[in-house]
Design a protein around this ligand. Sequence first.
Ligand SMILES: Cc1cc2nc3c(=O)[nH]c(=O)nc-3n(C[C@H](O)[C@H](O)[C@H](O)COP(=O)(O)OP(=O)(O)OC[C@H]3O[C@@H](n4cnc5c(N)ncnc54)[C@H](O)[C@@H]3O)c2cc1C
Length: 570
Amino acid sequence: MTDLPAFTGRVYVRDGSEQYTVHAYQYATTSEAPGSMAPSAIVFVADDDDIMLAIRYARENNLGVAVRSGGHQYLGASSTNGNNIQIDLSGREAADPSAYPYRQWSVDGDEGTVTLGAGLDVDDLCAISVKYGFFFPHGECCAVHVGGHTQTGGLSVITRTFGAMIDHLLRFDIILADGTKRTVRRESTDPTDRDLWFAVLGGSPGNFGVVTSITVKYLNDADHPKARGFKMAWFFRQSTLQQLVQIINEINDDPTTDPDFALTVIALGEEYDPALPSVLPDTFDNQMMRNYPNLVGKDRFHWVVPSIVVFGVWTNSKGPGQDDSHVDAVFERFRQMPGMLSMDLLNRLFPNDSLMDGTQTMVLSKIMQSLTFENPREFNMPCKKLLWFGKNTHTMSQKNEFGVTFAEWVANKMRDVESLKGLFEYYGMKAAIQVGMVGGPGLANAPIRTALGQRDCNYWFAFDIFYDPGVAGTLEKTIEFTNALASDVIGNKLNLWEDNKERRVILGPMLVSDEKPILDELWPLYYDGPDVYNELLRIKGELDPHHVFTANLFCVGATSCQRLVAAPTS
Ligand SMILES: Cc1cc2nc3c(=O)[nH]c(=O)nc-3n(C[C@H](O)[C@H](O)[C@H](O)COP(=O)(O)OP(=O)(O)OC[C@H]3O[C@@H](n4cnc5c(N)ncnc54)[C@H](O)[C@@H]3O)c2cc1C
C-alpha cells in the first residue's frame, strides 16, 4: 500500500492499537470471523473532498472502498479487510460534530420536504419530525443511519399504508466511482439518473457510490388526527407469546383487515439492569458500550425479565373524515390478553418510554418516536441473525404440516432458548424474536420501480440468537439451533410462502448452514428476478468498472473483481 493522501478528517490505520480496534468496531464485528472487518485504514471523512480523495486513492492503488454510516449492516459489509479502506460518514470523529456536513438537515416548507445528511440516525429523524409535526416511513432502531437505511428501503411500522422511505424520496446526492458528484432526481429522464435511482434505492448498499444526503417529501401529522399507537408489554410466557402471535396472524390473514393497521410482536429474553449486579457476561460488545458510548451509541432501555411487547399503529391514512369506530375492537383483543402489564406500572418503570394502549389519538411523528427501539443492539453479545419476509395472505393462523400453528412453533422455539437457563443460571444464549405485518397497499403501489425486492410481501419474521463466546460450546449450540430453525423455514414447512419461493431482504442479509456471503450466488433470495440482478450487474459495470465500491464479496458483481477473487476478503 502506498502512503495515504492527506485527508482532512481523522484517519486510523490498522496498527494493532486500541484506538484502531475501537474505531473499526461496528454491529457485526463480534459476530463475524476475526479479521474480516479490519480495513487497512478508516477515514472519518470531513467533506466531499475527502471522499473524492479516498476514491482516487482506491482507483490508483486497485483497492476497494467500504462505506459506513451507522455500521448496522448485519454481515459487516460496510467494513472490509486486506488493503481495502473504509470511509465513515457518521461524524462521530468530526472536529465540530454540530457543523459536520453529513449530519446537517433542513426543512423546506414550501416544497414540503426535509433534506437529511447521510450521517443522521433514526433518533435524529424522530426528533426533527416531532419538532416540525411531520412524518415519513423509516425504521425503528435508534442507531440505524440515513446513509445505509436509504439504500435498503427504509421499512417502517407505517409501511403497510405509506410504503417505504424510498417511496417518499425526491432526490439524493451521491459521489460516484469516477469522483463526480451528482444530484439524482426522481423525475429525471437522464439514463444515468434512471440507473442510479433504480440501483441505489434497494440494489445493494454502498456498491454504486457514496450517498451524502437525501430529500424526502414528508406527510403532515395534522392530516391524520385520529391516528393511534399501541405499545404494551407482558412478562414472557410461552402461552402468552403464542396467543399474541396468533392474534396478529388472524388479523393479517383476514382480507377485510383495514390496511391502516400494522402490528408486531417482539419477545426478548431478559436483559440486565446496569444499576444491579449482572449475571450477563462482560463481552467485548458490552465493554464497547460502557467505555465508548460516543462511538457505539447509548443503551437507554433495560428489561430485567424475559418479556413480550406488542407494538403497532392505526394510521388514519384517509384523514379526519375516516371512520375509526372499528379501531378500538382490534386493540382491545390485545388489551384483553391476560397478564398485560398496567400502564401505570410500565410508566413508573420506564418513564421515558411512552407506552400507548391504543385508546388515545396521537400524532404519527410521536407514535413513531415512541416505537423506536432505544438501544443500538438488542443484547451486548455476538449473534446469529435470521430474517425472512413472508408472502402468505390467508393461512398463517392455520395449522401447518407440523400440526401446529406458526404461533405455536415460534413460542416453542423461544421456550427452547429460554428453558436452557434457570432463574440464577446463565447458559449463554439470548433470544430476540419478532413477527409482524408489513407490506400491503403502500408497498404494493410503490410509485417508482427500484431494485428493492420483496415488495409483494405481507409478513416478516426475525429470530436472533445472541450468544456468549465465553461459555464453552455456546457458539456451536447457537449454530446448531439456528440451522435447525432455518431448515424448518426454508423447507416452507411453516407456509411462509404461498408459492414456495424463499424471500430474504437486503436490509438484513443472513447466512445459514454453509452459505458464504457472496451476493453473486445468493441474489435469487433477495431480488424479484434475474432481470433485476442483471440490470444491477450492467449498471455496476458501467458506473464502477474498476470496482472501487467492491470491498467484499457481498457486492454486486464481486466475483468478477480480480482483486477479490485472488484474495477473498470475506
Ligand atoms: C438492530 C437493527 C434494527 C434495524 N431496524 C430496521 C428497521 O426497522 N427498518 C429497516 O428498514 N431496517 C432496519 N434495520 C436494517 C438497517 O436499515 C440496514 O442495515 C441499513 O442499511 C443500515 O444502515 P447504516 O448506515 O446504519 O449501516 P452501515 O453498516 O453503515 O451501512 C449499511 C450498508 O449501506 C452502505 N452505506 C452506508 N452508508 C452509506 C453511504 N453514505 N453511501 C453509500 N453506501 C452506504 C454500507 O456500505 C452497507 O452496505 C435494522 C438493523 C439493525 C441492526
